[in-house]
Each structure stands twice: as structure tokens, then as C-alpha cells.
Design a protein around this ligand. Structure first.
Ligand code: ZN
Length: 168
């Protein structure tokens, strides 16, 4: 059980769950001109986890603030990004410094099926490292039984993984 607090902006809530080994920042909403990074407490822990499942769009004011916050957190512990939304991945690919010294552990990716369904799939980097290194989308099956088609440009969408440190 951690110590919980939250910081609210107009279109954004940052929930902080602090425990002795790791601090979790869950970021929900839009990174826009209402986001003031100075109001977000910096907590130094061995592991700093950012949860970006519900991050929406970034605008140019928001991204400037974001880069400052991430830069500060990068100095305070081992920074990792979890369940990054499609918007977050688009932003990271456009502005790689959005990651600071952090690594992406898992992220969402867009897929569609010939049956008309769209799916957003969670990809855990460790589980699909081989495919991802070749800039190939991991394969998933639709509820109708067909293989899903990846709904973005693989070379662009997986760009942020190119700098991935090689295991072994
Ligand atoms: Zn289908």
C-alpha cells in the first residue's frame, strides 16, 4: 500500500502512488497549455513508473512542460513507461526526448480486421522483442478468427524501439 496523492489540471489528472521501492505516476488526460509541470512533485525512488494508458493528445505547450518533467524524473531513478497510449507513442516517435532516459516496457498499438472491428492491442516489449526489432507488428487474432492487420506504418510506429538495448 502506497501513499497516494493527485495533481489536477483542467484536462489532466496525475495520480501518484508512492511506495518505498517504486513510485507510480498515472497520467490521465490531455497534455496541453493547462499542464504546469512545476506543480508535479518529483519523488526520488529506485524505480519510477509512468503509466500512460489514458494519455490523450499533446500540444506544443504541453510537450515543453512534459520534457521538463521527464528530464527531472530521469535524474531521480530508473524511469520506465507502461501501457503507453497510441497518442503517447506518436508523440514519443515525433519527439524522442519525450522519453528522457526512460524505456518503454509496454504500449498499445492499433489493429483492424477485415470483419470491420478495430482493436487496440497491448504489446509487452519483452514478449515480442524479436518481431519488434525487425519493425514487424506482433500477430494477433480477431474474435472472428482472422489475423488482425496492423493499422499504422510499422517503420514509423516502432521507431522508438530502434534504440532498444540488446539483451545479451
Ligand atoms: Zn474480425
Amino acid at each position: 500500500m502506497g501513499d497516494k496523492k493527485s495533481v489536477n489540471f483542467h484536462n489532466l489528472t496525475i495520480e501518484i502512488d508512492d511506495s518505498p521501492k517504486a513510485v507510480h505516476y498515472s497520467i490521465v488526460g490531455e497534455i496541453d497549455e493547462n499542464f504546469r509541470q512545476k506543480e508535479v512533485p518529483r519523488i526520488s525512488r529506485e524505480n519510477i513508473h509512468l503509466h500512460l494508458k489514458d494519455v490523450g493528445n499533446f500540444n506544443s505547450c504541453g510537450i515543453r512542460e512534459w520534457i521538463q518533467l521527464i528530464g527531472d524524473l530521469s535524474k531521480l531513478g530508473s524511469l520506465s513507461f507502461h501501457e503507453c497510449s497510441v497518442s503517447a507513442i506518436d508523440q514519443i516517435n515525433m519527439v524522442p526526448s519525450s522519453l528522457g532516459s526512460g524505456v518503454v516496457e509496454s504500449f498499445y498499438a492499433p489493429y483492424y480486421c477485415q470483419c470491420g472491428q478495430e482493436h487496440t492491442k497491448l504489446i509487452v516489449v519483452n514478449e515480442h522483442e524479436k518481431a519488434l526489432r525487425k519493425l514487424t507488428a506482433p500477430s494477433f487474432t480477431c474474435s472472428c478468427g482472422r489475423i488482425l492487420e496492423f493499422d499504422a506504418l510499422e517503420e514509423s510506429y516502432f521507431q522508438f524501439l530502434v534504440a532498444l538495448p540488446r539483451a545479451g
